[in-house]
Unconditional design. Sequence first.
Length: 309
Amino acid sequence: MAAGFVLAVHGGAGTIPREADPARAAGYRAGLERALRAGHAILARGGGARDAVIAAVCILEDDPLFNAGRGSVLTAAGGIEMDAAVMDGRTGEAGAVAGVTGLRNPIVAARAVLEASGHVLMIGPGAEAFARARGVETAGPDYFLTPARRDQLRAAQSAGTTALDHDGAAGTVGTVGAVARDATGALAAATSTGGLTNKRPGRVGDSPLIGAGTYADTSVAVSCTGTGEAFIRAVLAHDIAARLRYAAQSLDAAVAGAIRDGLDARGGRGGVIALDRHGGAALRFNTEGMYRGIIRADGHPETAIHSES
Ligand code: ASP
């Protein structure tokens, strides 16, 4: 494959009925396209993969349709606790926040952790205070909370379950992520989420855990979405990198194998977006659908929801 820059995004995976409202589907696709174009603009002017994935994820965090930033799902206590991570495959640096609230763009806080904290993962009030001190924008509860999320929490609570965002009757979709390969061949990955509807306060998912829901090195960049507990146990994002490095598998075989052995085998559900250093892409899931998209140097965004759409 000709080396060129490329960016892929996801907006969550799950039970997305095919007969879902076409206007809603168009709204999700429009959000994915905006994110692809924002990342593309950076890569087209020679910007780095790290900047591109952050820009794409910020767009999705700002869009209340997606379960990240504004529009995050609610915990069992009716609160918002967000997780996010970014990893730069060129330098091997990573930054993440978990269980944060009141930060408009948790992925920007994750970036601040990467660039300025000397740490990799910060949680709760300490992470929030650090982010505020670094100038990360804050917002009040009214900014984050949408009526759809309240309905979704009520539905999950009356069913006595936790839910992937897009499994809810409200149909709003989940976790967001981006992977990019820039014009120099450097890779980066970013993931941001409100987690699972009706999760216990204090629960942390796979998204901010480097190697579980987010990972990048010089060979591959990976962002995951789905039932976080299964991704954590499988160390799924790193498993894909290990398959490339130690078993010399192709990207597609590595992603398919990790989903089969890591997710299917554990009863986990979800999907993965991954890019390799040659610009190859694999966007796979074991659910009914995954909101996803890809854009290459030609600037033509492609988005899809179900397997053949
Ligand atoms: N993986 C996320 C979590 O477990 C949820 C999702 O991707 O929908 O927090």
